[in-house]
Design a protein around this ligand. Structure first.
Ligand SMILES: Nc1nc2c(ncn2[C@@H]2O[C@H](COP(=O)(O)OP(=O)(O)OP(=O)(O)O)[C@@H](O)[C@H]2O)c(=O)[nH]1
Ligand SMILES: [Mg+2]
Length: 496
């Protein structure tokens, strides 16, 4: 689910993030691509249009374009707007707050997953809410539909209404109400019949059932795989019965995601649950922010950006940028970069929060790298004298031995730190020559990894860590992905 959309958007944003500065036209161009990606994912046209308008309006603002990390900011705006599109930060769960028996009516097209979801909810109500539920099938169209629910009922240990052959839906609903009262059930779940298409007979039946049972929740069950058609279905239903929420089934499948993304806007009702499999516990509360994270392929870039902003002392960043402007970069500066990485929670956490985290995490695990590497590097620099830190060229064999002993490492490790520093210094000099300082300043300021990763995004971290610190990831490690760097930096790394 969302895989294609995710890839497409990832491509668009990588380009955006790879730039130090953004012009309004860059944002507009990117938004055109986002729009195409949304439409290809089967998002309803008005929904896509509204989304793009909202994002564009916010993203072309001067605060964003002039900020140090415009690309990141645009991504955050897209993220926040996606959350909004999916229903906002807080989505309500099941509302069982009414006089029992609280009636929940399930509606939807044939095969959308109503019966399965009814049983899933019955189980959830028993286990999570600690309440007693009764389930009744009003499906007299499909042979054995009522038996299906009875079987599921025994599986989830929730009572079902005894079947009376030949009884019609409205009468079954009445009988179910009566039975629920007699059994002191807290909740009555009504599973209704589906049709291949929305038709008048179906709507009349839904209305009549709602009329006698006055449901507290009317949940529209929608198959995520239905794409654009789901939107029409949702529109027809919401015009006829008082929907209170939507449940998306088959979120475990490879749907393009359009139904999920459009549903909230089309029905105006919250998506309450997501069905994630055929098993009867495969149901999850629907969290817009988590889904947005998933679509944007971010571990949690948003909190990473927030965290970076909170962690990196503005003053430090500025001081470093100034020194770099003069072509200065000593071991103290390197150390500051390492400490920033550590104070953000270490490498494991960073990898977990990075976009494309799957790859990064795997590389991290494969390289046996852990936060000890950072600690060791810090200890090595810490064991040097102030003079040595400022002038690393002083480090001869004797001094290296002393520092290795002092930091509890070996000369090889000391060499690695020195080499890393050398690479970073060289990279910076070249950048200075190329006049690419603005991008670099941004990278180090609050930036890194295309904006969000101080330290990790620096050119030296890319060159140094990737190339020379086997412990720190190797070529495929969590060092910066060259594609996310500003073009001038990228060229530099590629030349290497
Ligand atoms: N993978 C997956 N399969 C699901 C999910 N929800 C339902 N299914 C499957 O979809 C099929 C149809 O589900 P039902 O619950 O019978 O659908 P229905 O809406 O009651 O169908 P009718 O009563 O014929 O209208 C079953 O095989 C379910 O196991 C889900 O979230 N994920
Ligand atoms: Mg059914």
């Amino acid at each position: 689910m969302f895989d294609n959309l995710s890839d497409r958007l990832g491509g668009v944003f990588d380009k955006l993030k790879g730039r130090g500065a953004l012009k309004e036209q860059d944002v507009r161009d990117a938004m055109r691509e986002v729009r195409i990606a949304l439409l290809e994912a089967d998002v309803a046209l008005p929904v896509a249009r509204r989304f793009i308008d909202a994002v564009t309006e916010k993203a072309v603002g001067q605060d964003v374009l002039r900020s140090i990390t415009p690309g990141q900011q645009v991504v955050k705006i897209v993220h926040d707007e996606l959350v909004e599109m999916l229903g906002g930060a807080d989505t309500p769960g099941l509302d069982l707050d009414a006089k029992p028996p609280v009636v929940i009516m399930m509606v939807g097209l044939q095969g959308s997953g109503k019966t399965t979801t009814t049983a899933k909810l019955g189980k959830l109500i028993r286990e999570k809410h600690g309440k007693k539920a009764l389930m009744a099938s009003l499906d007299v169209n499909r042979p054995a539909a009522q038996e299906q629910l009875a079987v599921l009922g025994t599986q989830v240990d929730v009572a079902t209404l005894p079947i009376v052959a030949g009884q019609q839906p409205v009468d079954i609903a009445r009988r179910a109400m009566e039975a629920a009262r007699l059994q002191n059930a807290d909740v009555l779940l009504l599973d209704t019949a589906g049709r291949l298409h929305v038709d008048e007979a179906l709507m009349a039946e839904m209305k009549a059932v709602a009329g006698v049972s006055t449901p507290h929740e009317v949940l529209l069950v929608v198959d995520s795989l239905t794409g654009q058609d789901a939107v029409n279905v949702a529109q027809s239903f919401s015009g006829e019965v008082p929907l209170t929420g939507v449940i998306l089934t088959r979120m475990d499948g490879d749907a393009r995601g359009g139904a999920a993304l459009s549903m909230r806007h089309v029905t105006g009702k919250p998506i309450k649950f997501a069905g994630t499999g055929e098993k009867l516990d495969a149901i999850e509360a629907f969290h817009p922010s988590r889904v947005a994270d998933r679509i944007l392929g971010m571990g949690d870039v948003v909190s990473l950006v927030e965290k970076a902003a909170a962690t990196i002392k503005e003053a430090d960043a500025e001081a470093l940028a100034k020194r770099m402007a003069k072509g200065q970069f000593d071991l103290n500066d390197l150390r500051m970069q390492l400490q920033q990485m550590q104070s953000m929670g270490g490498l494991g956490m960073l990898a977990g929060m990075m976009p494309g985290m799957k790859k990064a995490k795997a590389a991290l695990a494969a390289s046996n790298m852990d936060d000890k590497v950072l600690v060791h590097m810090d200890a090595i620099i810490g064991s040097m004298t102030a003079k040595e830190r400022a002038r690393p060229e002083l480090m001869n064999a004797k001094r290296k031995k002393r520092v290795a002993a002092g930091s509890g490492t070996d000369v090889q490790a000391v060499n690695k730190v020195l080499k890393m520093h050398q690479e970073m210094g060289r990279a910076m000099k070249q950048i200075k020559k190329m006049g690419g300082l603005k991008g670099l300043g941004a990278l180090f300021g609050k930036g890194g990894l295309g904006g969000a990763m101080p330290g990790l995004g620096g050119p030296g971290m890319g060159a140094g860590m990737g190339g020379n610190m086997p412990g720190l990831g190797g070529p495929k490690g969590p060092s910066v992905d060259p594609d996310t760097l500003p073009p001038d930096l990228r060229d530099l790394l590629n030349k290497k």
